[in-house]
Design a protein around this ligand. Structure first.
Ligand SMILES: C[S@@+](CC[C@H](N)C(=O)[O-])C[C@H]1O[C@@H](n2cnc3c(N)ncnc32)[C@H](O)[C@@H]1O
Length: 405
């Protein structure tokens, strides 16, 4: 037993831990920290008998709100939230991205996979940056890649903007003087765009670019007419979140991980072989979600022709049977790349589901397991997880963890 080993009895799960998969992961989290426990008749009550390193567990756990009355670090972090949505704390809410991870799941996976501070993980489909932010909070380095510039910009704003807090505050003050007398939305959009382009520091500029992209989304999805008003509101709310982040870092003396966010193709990684300590990713869901259509307004605002860029996105090329064949081919290429960059003996987690097309289920989960097993990997974990909001196409996904030989 280590010096701070304690005999602990009571634990309290977060109240939002309600699904079977969450209870399974909470138990796996305890096991990852070599904690002995008993599940009593009230399934929410995990009686813990021995905790070899209580301080480490309190600072890392994703599913426990309290351990012997001591609040976990995560319970403090999740309170820093400017939104009404429970899992959109700190900067997680930046940009209304569809189909993102639940951050708590990623924190738990980093624990279950026993990734240590200072190690480097990869998410080659970084999307809105959930993996990058959760790794950063645990002191774990993250390389995050996406084919979409909307995603790399949003992820960078979530994980880098707090470093330039003062500059961002000052720039915001000058932006507040933007004329509200511009006569139409197009004029406003062009004016804001040119003001952002004039910002010298790339980190500060990117922060406001993301506020602009959120406003494009407000305009397209929520039919908000006043672009200038929306831009200033978004910037102000984002600013509050990066202040919160700064506060959480200093109050809890967090040593953050480094994040390296790049535009790139998961099928062709510019990363050295056997250099990565762990992989967590969720490849695009074939036909279930069209990431080009979802972010069309933001991609166009960045100057992309979506008809051209579509060809680089996995899962949206072709139609009918060809679409599924192309998707399967692209998945193999990206899995091969993950295999190349992962160190031997390390873990790779893929979160993926089977979509239903023309009333037929496409067996992407089984296909993924087969590919990894053919590469010599063992399947260490396979947990079913419910999905909301895609009922007619996909009801559940699987959390898979493979181990490289
Ligand atoms: C399921 S989403 C990932 C969501 C992410 N886990 C999150 O929490 O936001 C899949 C992502 O894969 C990206 N993608 C599609 N084709 C790609 C490719 N060839 N290389 C890298 N990323 C790609 C899409 O842009 C999308 O952001």
């Amino acid at each position: 037993m280590s010096s701070n080993s304690k005999v602990i009895k009571s634990t309290k799960l977060f109240w939002n831990v309600q699904f079977i998969y969450e209870l399974v992961l909470a138990r796996k989290e305890l096991e990852a920290f070599n904690i002995e426990y008993q599940l009593n008749n009230n399934l929410r009550n995990l009686e813990v008998s021995k905790v070899p390193n209580a301080d480490e567990f309190i600072s890392r756990t994703a599913y426990f709100e309290e351990i012997e009355g001591i609040p976990s670090l995560y319970s403090k972090i999740t309170k820093a939230n400017v939104t009404r949505s429970l899992n959109q704390y700190l900067t997680h809410w930046f940009y209304p991205y569809k189909g993102k991870y639940h951050p708590q799941l990623i924190r738990a996976l980093l624990n279950i996979m026993r990734i240590q501070p200072g190690e480097t993980i990869l998410d080659s489909f970084i999307g809105s940056g959930t993996t990058a932010l959760e790794a950063q909070l645990l002191g774990i380095n993250c390389i995050g890649l996406d084919i979409s510039e909307v995603c790399t910009r949003v992820t960078r704003a979530k994980t880098h903007a707090f470093k330039n807090l003062e500059d961002i505050e000052n720039t915001f003050l000058t932006f507040q003087n933007i004329s509200t007398n511009l006569s139409n939305s197009d004029e406003e959009i062009e004016y804001i765009k040119s003001m952002i382009n004039d910002v010298q520091d790339s980190n500060v500029q990117n922060f406001f670019k993301v506020a602009e992209l959120i406003s494009h989304s407000d305009k397209a999805r929520r039919k908000k007419k006043n672009f200038n008003e929306s831009f200033l509101k978004n910037s102000e709310k984002m600013l509050r979140s990066i202040k919160d982040y700064e506060q959480i870092i200093s109050d809890n003396k967090l040593n953050l991980g480094e994040t390296d966010i790049k535009l790139g193709d998961a099928k062709n990684l510019e990363i050295s072989s056997e250099s990565i300590d762990g992989i967590i990713c969720s490849p695009p869901y074939s036909i279930a979600l069209n990431y080009v259509e979802n972010d069309k307004h933001a991609l166009e605002a960045l100057g992309y022709d979506t008809k051209i860029i579509k060809e680089d996105f996995i899962g949206v090329r072709g139609s009918g049977k060809t679409k599924i064949d192309l998707y399967n081919q692209d998945l193999i290429l990206s899995y091969n790349e993950m295999d190349r960059v992962l160190k031997p003996g390390k873990l790779c987690s893929i979160v993926i589901g089977n979509a239903t097309v023309d009333k037929k289920e496409v067996n992407t989960v089984e296909y993924t397991i087969e590919i990894f097993q053919n590469l010599g990997y063992s399947l260490e974990m396979n947990v079913d997880k419910i999905i909301f909001g895609l009922y007619n196409i996909m009801q559940k996904e699987n959390i898979l963890v493979f181990k490289k030989p």
